[in-house]
Write a protein that binds this ligand. Structure first.
Ligand code: RIB
Length: 334
């Protein structure tokens, strides 16, 4: 069933059918509109999107590049973005850079070549080591885009991210208020702006309390479960450390595994705080105290800003969201 078939059956023009089925303003009578809709429904009419998009020089598709599909933070973000874009009749191409800068560049080009109408992107770990090249690529884009979660602070573009420095501060301040002084920190790769800001927030809280900070108490890792498992041993061995903050939940889960192997109890022997509030943490007997950055809210805000830019091509929008400390089972009073 094509649009012209409906027009013939309803004895109206194809334009009339298009106006009615696209809910556009029309002078056609309510009765005739109802008849057109009935014929379309009874014949399972589906608009020819290719023809529609050809006319409007769009594809009705949006690209989303995420850096680690195995990390539930990004699968949660991808779900939020896809849900929200579908409400606006967009098809979302979700691709995974695997935290590789070369993959990221290739995927960016593939999406542009496929004619996506817009793009959302969380920068890979490596793109922070190739900033000039990446910024130049992004500045050369004709496709509207937004950086989500991980951004370049000095690049004027559409951005949405959480206040990471506040998140690191909230976690550390909470421990200090419970009497902890010797607090360790497991960092993301230092070049990643958002992860490193969490560490700066830790330093802010420790300095505000005028506590000395031993360099042995912090270690750089990779935002991954195995990274948290391997890097935490050097902190768990230090008997003077009473608490550890991790730059994300996956590394904190790695700490929990290493602590079990070393017969260290959480929180009895050492308190632990993560970052992200991954949903699968809820199935664990000892639920991780963590800093929540709501993936759904992040995705909805990212889509709002991108669609606004695609329609108005106005000033670029930066949106900073507030994290929230969620107190669960892995921290105790000293
Ligand atoms: O867990 C992955 C981390 O990298 C999250 O904290 C998120 O902010 C992303 O940048």
């Amino acid at each position: 069933m094509k649009l012209k078939d409906i027009a013939k059956l309803a004895s109206v023009s194809e334009t009339a059918v298009s106006l009615v089925l696209n809910d556009k303003p029309t002078r056609i009578s309510q009765e005739k509109q109802a008849e057109i809709r009935r014929i379309a429904k009874e014949n399972n009419y589906r608009p020819n999107l290719a023809a529609k998009n050809l006319a409007s020089k769009t594809t009705g598709t949006i690209g989303l590049i995420i850096p680690d599909l195995e990390n539930p933070f990004f699968s949660g973000l991808a779900k939020s973005v896809e849900d929200e874009l579908r409400k606006h009749n967009y098809l979302t191409f979700i691709v995974n850079s695997d935290d590789s800068h070369s993959n990221e560049k290739e995927l960016l080009q593939l999406l542009v070549n496929s004619g996506v109408d817009g793009m959302l992107m969380t920068l890979s770990n490596e793109s922070f080591l190739h900033k000039e090249e990446m910024v130049s690529l992004l500045k050369g884009l004709n496709t509207p885009y937004i950086l989500v979660d991980r951004t370049y602070p000095n690049l004027k573009c559409n951005k949405v991210y959480y206040n990471n420095r506040l998140g690191g501060y909230l976690a550390t301040k909470y421990l200090i208020d419970l009497g902890h002084k010797n607090i360790g920190f497991i960092k993301s790769p230092e070049q990643i702006f958002n992860g490193n800001n969490r560490y700066l927030g830790y330093l802010d809280a420790m300095r505000e309390a005028e506590y000395s900070i031993d360099e042995q108490w912090s270690v750089e890792s990779d935002f991954k479960y195995d990274g948290g498992y391997l890097s935490s041993e050097v902190l768990l061995e230090q008997a003077d450390i009473t608490a550890i903050v991790c730059a994300n939940d996956l590394m904190a889960f790695g700490v929990m595994k290493k602590a079990r192997e070393m017969r260290i109890k959480i929180p009895e022997d050492i308190s632990l705080i993560g970052y992200d509030n991954l949903s699968f943490g809820e199935i664990m007997d000892t639920q991780l105290t963590t800093v929540k950055q709501d993936m759904k809210a992040l995705g909805v805000e990212a889509v709002r800003i991108l669609l606004s830019d695609m329609s108005s091509k106005g000033d670029k929008i930066q949106s900073e969201l507030e994290p929230e400390l969620l107190v669960k089972d892995t921290v105790r009073n000293l």
